[in-house]
Design a protein around this ligand. Structure first.
Ligand code: EPU
Length: 424
């Protein structure tokens, strides 16, 4: 079993709080997880700087070590990964199920070792989350796919062969997985309907630094010219855009005044547009956002969409914000079919939210009251944490291991801004 399963801790928060001050962001968790998998593509060392110190990095390190990788934490936020002695290309369920990013080992292992065998990945229970886009693309690249029970085996004894691939859905990790696999395929690969998320662009930059030949990341058509070998490199992760969004929403919610340093402002247009529509004040500089609010919040409607649309990972925290808007807001989740479970938790605190299919109809403003609630997944956890910050009285949030998966130093960052919270 994983040695990194965190015990089930809780947060106790005393609200309401007005968040004020400055906060510096950590490196992007989702970009970092994909980058760790890319290290499997080379026998040289990959050094990742500005890595967030989060639970998913630990569990993915454990999976990479299982394959024979040497993963070394050089400093709190620097990870070195050397895959020159890979001894296994299959993984047991308990290592794969710790997170979703685990499946991104399959593309690199298949490309470099011509075979890989794993059960499906884990991750938040926010939808069915199939892996058909990944598997169908591997088949297009010439891999033979076999399934026994829930274990997929992909093999390509003669190596992968570049081709043109249309993805049924612009899956973020699907695009990353196939992009990695195609770097070592023979000839040229074109991915059509690729995901355009910033985490895909970062992975493209990393792979290019490793010697891959790639163009078009950040667009829906990515072209890869396969090479024989990739080299090591050292790269620094971009700031976490979802962490940035979480603090921006928290500042608007608590009518605070928060400056978010080293912010990826160029990747947050959809959020900024809705925060401004809600009545928040935004001061946006090249690498810094200040969010404040001095008037009542207005209701807004939005749908979560693939990038550059509103990130699904900010849908739940935005819903918490809209419980305080004067009027009715409609939020539609269009990426994951089961990402509204947090609504029951917000209702325990007094939220007036009705679910209609994959939409939440939120009426406000309501007075939120402290309650015992559960962090059901990473972003559901963020939604209840924000609600607890603005609620009157004491809230206890259980199962905060979900927050530990992707938020680095969450408690100390919120405490710097004035939150009163304890971990137990
Ligand atoms: N999908 C398929 N088939 C596939 C792959 C995806 O139907 O083979 C569907 C999914 O079921 C879902 C939609 O496509 O309905 C989007 O899934 P996608 O593959 O794009 O998401 P992901 O790669 O599994 C990553 C992030 C998520 C983030 C999404 C969307 C990682 C490790 N995870 O997931 O992050 O929500 O992209 O931006 O990068 C989070 O950080 O809380 C989180 C869940």
């Amino acid at each position: 079993m994983s040695t990194f399963k965190s015990p089930f801790f809780s947060y106790r928060l005393q609200g309401p709080t007005t968040l004020e001050g400055q906060v510096s962001l950590s490196g992007s968790a989702n970009a970092g997880l994909a980058a760790m998998c890319a290290a499997l593509l080379t026998d040289q060392t990959v050094v990742l700087k500005n890595m967030p110190d989060v639970l998913d990095v630990k569990t993915l390190s454990e999976l990479l070590s299982h394959f024979g990788a040497v993963v070394t934490k050089l400093e709190k936020n620097t990870l070195s990964i050397c895959c020159n002695k890979i001894t296994k290309t299959s993984a047991p369920a308990h290592l794969m199920s710790a997170n979703r990013a685990s499946f991104q080992v399959t593309g690199p292992l298949l490309a470099r070792y011509q075979t890989v065998s794993t059960p499906p990945p884990g991750g938040d229970p926010i939808g069915g989350r199939p892996v058909d886009v990944h598997i169908n693309s591997f088949a297009k690249l010439g891999a033979q796919i076999d399934q026994a029970g829930d274990v997929y085996t992909a093999s390509a004894s003669a190596g992968l062969q570049g081709t043109r691939i249309f993805m049924d859905y612009p899956s973020v990790s699907g695009t990353q997985n196939v992009l990695m696999a195609a770097t070592l395929a023979k000839g040229d690969t074109t991915i059509v309907n690729a995901a355009t998320e910033p985490e895909v662009i970062f992975l493209g930059n990393l792979l290019t630094q490793m010697g891959a030949v790639i163009s078009g990341t950040g667009t829906q058509v990515i072209k890869i010219h396969g090479v024989e070998k990739l080299n090591g490199c050292e790269i620094s992760l971009p700031s976490d855009r979802i962490e940035a969004g979480t603090f921006a929403i928290a500042a608007a919610l608590t009518a605070g005044n928060v400056t978010i340093k080293n912010a990826p402002v160029e990747h947050l247009d959809s959020l900024f547009s809705k925060l401004i529509e809600c009545g928040a004040n935004l001061k946006i500089n090249e690498k810094e956002i200040t969010v404040s609010r001095d008037k009542a919040l207005l209701p807004v409607n939005f749908q979560s969409l693939p990038y550059p649309g509103m990130p699904t990972d900010l849908q739940a925290p935005m819903a918490t914000l809209l419980t305080q808007a004067s009027g009715v807001s409609i939020v539609q989740e269009r990426v994951f079919e089961n990402r509204m479970l947090y609504v029951n938790e917000l209702r325990k605190m007094g939220a007036d939210i009705v679910i209609a299919g994959t939409s939440a109809i939120i009426s406000g403003p309501v007075t939120l009251s402290g309650a015992k609630v559960t962090a059901l997944d990473v972003r559901a956890g963020a939604a209840v944490l924000l609600a607890a910050l603005s609620a009157t009285g004491t809230s206890v949030i259980t199962e905060i291991q979900h927050l530990d998966r992707k938020y680095d130093s969450l408690q100390s960052k919120f405490e710097t801004l004035g939150a009163k919270m304890e971990r137990s």
